[in-house]
Design a protein around this ligand. Structure first.
Ligand code: NDP
Length: 293
């Protein structure tokens, strides 16, 4: 092959992206990004990379040497991958976790976190109003940490973070109390058994859905006006959305839309093109993809 032929073939090679996690075989991200690429006519491939925690540094560096342009990051690497980055966006710093790696033109690695933006975009899509309402987050782990800042930016009247280990919720409140975008938002931490009133919006952000369970909480948190939202997702809703419906929630949604929206935000960061999400939402709900563990 002469040089001209080699160069023309190289020009047509798609840009490489992917998702790292362990396990990763269940990930819907290749499907989502594949659809985004088709719809926006972007020349790229998106792969799954199963990377065990002990191999994270070596394998990410190998992928970067191979020319990968960006990576999504999922369990269990969201916090540890921070050490590999050269810079973090403000929202990734606040979240203390990275779900999107961007290779900058000079080769340095930027860490960002699109989970919170994805959650807000989905709440907006579902017409779940946050502004001026009382909001409860159940859980204070990595996902909760990613959504607190963007939720506060919507200016709820009240935001309560309730966690099994209340110290973790208190830590979150302490992080965000001084930097919250507006005074006048009542921000507080509670233990899970310290909830005795209903909320306008209840967001479930514990990992218990992965075990087909929900945290033990007083059902009084669900009122007839409550919009219930689970960060987890499943084909026929989730244990939490079903529980919320049983207790009379006005509406209950799972987090599949958040998954699509956080991916759209990452795609935009990488490609400078914002994909339309409605078609991918429809595809996921029809294809049984949501059924996968
Ligand atoms: P973490 O492991 O960081 O946090 C787990 C949380 O669940 C903690 O608050 C923990 O409380 C709580 N928890 C665990 N076991 C119990 C229990 N037995 N009783 C009460 N509380 C419990 O997980 P993540 O925050 O990363 O993920 C949470 C969920 O969000 C997952 O289901 C994940 O799939 C989902 N997610 C969805 C996304 C989407 O795009 N839709 C994006 C990101 C996450 P404690 O601190 O007391 O241990």
């Amino acid at each position: 092959m002469n040089i001209a032929m080699k160069e023309s073939r190289m020009e047509t090679l798609p840009d490489r992206y992917g998702v790292i996690g362990h396990p990763i075989s269940h990930s819907r991200s290749p499907l989502i990004h594949g659809e985004f690429a088709k719809a926006t006519r972007q020349h790229l491939i998106y792969e799954r990379f199963d990377i065990a925690p002990a191999a994270l540094v070596v394998q990410v560096q190998a992928l970067l040497r191979e020319g990968v342009r960006g990576l999504n990051v999922t369990v269990p690497h969201k916090e540890t991958v921070v050490a590999l980055t050269h810079e973090l966006t403000e929202r990734a710093k606040l979240a203390g976790a990275v779900n999107t790696l961007i290779v900058l033109p000079d080769g340095r690695l930027r860490g960002d976190n699109t989970d919170g933006a994805g959650c807000i975009a989905d709440l907006r899509y579902l017409a779940i109003e946050v502004t001026g309402r009382s909001v409860l987050i159940l859980g204070a782990g990595g996902a909760a940490r990613g959504i607190v800042g963007p939720l506060l930016a919507q200016q709820p009247a009240q935001l309560v973070i309730a966690n099994r280990g209340v110290a973790r919720a208190e830590e979150l409140v302490a992080t965000f109390r001084d930097i919250r975008p507006s005074a006048g938002i009542a921000l507080s931490a509670r233990p899970l058994d310290g909830l005795h009133e209903s909320f306008d919006v209840v967001i479930h952000a514990t990992s218990l859905g992965l075990q087909n369970a929900i945290p033990t909480v007083n059902p009084v948190i669900i009122g007839s006006q409550t919009d219930a939202y689970d960060l987890g997702y499943g084909d026929a809703g989730t244990p939490f959305t079903r529980w919320a419906q049983q207790h009379g929630a006005a509406r209950a949604f799972d987090g599949i839309g958040m998954l699509v929206e956080q991916a759209a935000e990452a795609f935009w960061l990488w490609r400078g093109v914002r994909p339309e999400t409605t078609e991918v939402r429809r595809l996921l709900s029809q294809s049984g993809e949501r059924n996968k563990p």
